[in-house]
Write a protein that binds this ligand. Structure first.
Ligand code: ADP
Length: 473
């Protein structure tokens, strides 16, 4: 843990496991209530001076952290693959994406403009000024263990806030590596703190109730997000919530089904399907079913599962046993209700795979709304295909979910694409695009997928208060 510029290690420890091998790869401290208190005190005390630094000073520190991340890109990626399981190439991409937020907000820090507003009174002036919200509590998930840290910390720091990070209990080593980078970049003591904990509820409660914390930023599951949001609301705290998703992908009649199957196979199995923007319901026009299923199945069969450090591995393990069981349950339920397994459909246990949490990349056809996989977020390497007849039907089916994070459309007709873009109730829509994300673009969802946006110009607004000065001259 990193509290007030110092490393804290002499606590009871909990182990960190490599999900590909089951091996323990490290251990981290389980924070005490006193540690939570010390971290909040440190962040609160540091805020006094940090908020007075210029945007140029803060920008310089973020820029330095960016440089260090880029220099250590491979080292960070190797750690991520060992701790989280994704193939090394995907880890390298994530470290780059994570670093992008530091650079983007090093630049945006200087653009936290206010306004002057004309008054109806001749001798009155209105000045609008942006000031940092205050101490921020940040809770991050394990699926993107580095980029979710920088996506939150970079805008918070750029705005002039101080931060306490609580990373996911499955991936604290990536958070520790990021703390080393921030410390080396020269952020003052107390500006960035990190506490690790095995049972996170205590920290969540402290973040939502301590009066010194002004803002909670959370990425994780919808049930936990709702609970924390409720507690934060009772204490009138600002929140950003990036929660679950159940992304539809629609292959329209005017799309090339083979091209769509290629794109969706790439995005579906990314991070072993453990992404809130993973396409979870693939709607294919009935006229395209045969070529689409055939291409997706053949690509899925070619994917090699294994330890992400090994050459040629295209898909890593799930994060743990529970995740495996959830996927297995959804697939069994779908099959019992009439779905067909085109490929996959079982846990992988051959040879070295038996020691990890591997599930075969799976294509299910004939999926209907009666199946759990149609209704629930999957978070696994399963591509469920649903046939549809008309545009109106498919838009209604795609929107028929409590989630509203990402959606994907394949169409070569601009009118179809724009109609769908406008009709879909989702925050991020990829149109013939499987990677509609960037530090420069707003990321976030509607409905039960959360509140607020990360990245982009909006990202820093989440950490700023608007202060009005009305003055008579
Ligand atoms: P996931 O399904 O991605 O593990 P979670 O919502 O359980 O989703 O976890 C996301 C983050 O939220 C992790 O950092 C986890 O430790 C944290 N978390 C889970 N439960 C709570 C809680 N009750 N209070 C605070 N943080 C929590």
């Amino acid at each position: 843990m990193f509290i007030n510029g110092e490393w804290v290690t002499n606590r009871q420890q909990f182990p960190v496991t490599n999900p590909a091998t089951g091996e323990t790869i490290g251990e981290v401290p389980d924070c005490t209530d006193e540690d939570i208190e010390s971290a909040i005190t440190a962040a609160d005390t540091a805020f006094g001076d940090w908020k007075k630094t210029t945007t140029y000073q803060r920008s310089q520190l973020l820029y330095r952290a960016w440089e260090l991340m880029i220099r250590r890109k491979r080292e960070l990626a190797v750690l991520m693959t060992r701790e989280q399981g994704k193939p090394l190439k995907a880890s390298l991409n994530e470290v780059q994406y994570g670093a992008d937020f530091l650079l983007w907000f090093a630049e945006e820090a200087k653009r936290t403009y206010g306004q002057t507003i004309p008054s109806s009174r001749e001798n009155q002036r209105f000045i609008v000024h942006k000031s940092p919200v205050g101490v921020v509590g940040a809770i991050t998930p394990w699926n993107y263990p580095i980029s979710m840290i920088t996506r939150k910390l970079a805008p918070a720091l750029a705005a002039g806030c101080t931060v306490i990070l609580k990373p996911a209990e499955s991936t604290p080593l990536c958070a520790k590596a990021m703390m080393e980078i921030f410390a080396e970049a020269g952020f003052p003591a107390g500006v960035i703190n990190c506490i690790t904990v095995q049972n996170p509820a205590r920290v969540g409660t402290a973040f939502c109730t301590d009066p010194r914390i002004r803002k909670l930023t959370f990425t994780g599951s919808t049930p936990v997000g709702k609970e924390l949001n409720g507690l934060a609301a009772a204490n009138m705290k600002r929140v950003s919530m990036e929660l679950g998703g159940h992304a539809p992908a629609i292959v329209f009649p005017d799309a090339d089904p083979v091209h769509a199957a290629k794109g969706l196979s790439l995005v579906k199995y990314l991070n072993t399907g453990q992404a809130c923007i993973s396409p979870n319901r693939i709607f294919v026009h009935e006229g395209h079913l045969e070529p689409f299923i055939s291409e997706l199945t053949s690509r899925t069969k070619r994917l090699k599962a294994g330890n992400g450090m090994n050459e040629g591995v295209g898909i890593g393990p799930l994060i743990n046993e529970l995740a495996l069981q959830k996927v297995d349950r959804q697939v069994k339920d779908a099959v019992a209700r009439g779905a067909k397994i085109e490929t996959g459909g079982q846990r992988l246990t051959e040879g070295e795979l038996g020691a990890g949490f591997f599930y075969a990349p799976t294509v299910l056809s004939g999926v209907t709304e009666a199946m759990a996989i149609y209704q629930e977020e999957t978070f696994g390497p399963v591509a469920p295909i649903i046939a549809y007849k008309s545009e109106d039907d498919v838009i209604a089916m795609a929107n028929d979910t409590d989630y509203g994070l990402a959606a994907y459309i394949y169409s070569n007709n601009i009118s179809t694409a724009i109609r769908a873009f406008e009709a879909l109730d989702f925050g991020i829509i990829g149109i013939n695009d499987i990677n509609p994300t960037s530090a420069a673009a707003p990321f976030g969802g509607m409905k039960n997928s959360g509140l607020g946006r990360e990245g982009a110009q909006e990202g820093i607004e989440e950490y700023l208060e608007t202060k009005l000065g009305g003055l008579v001259i």
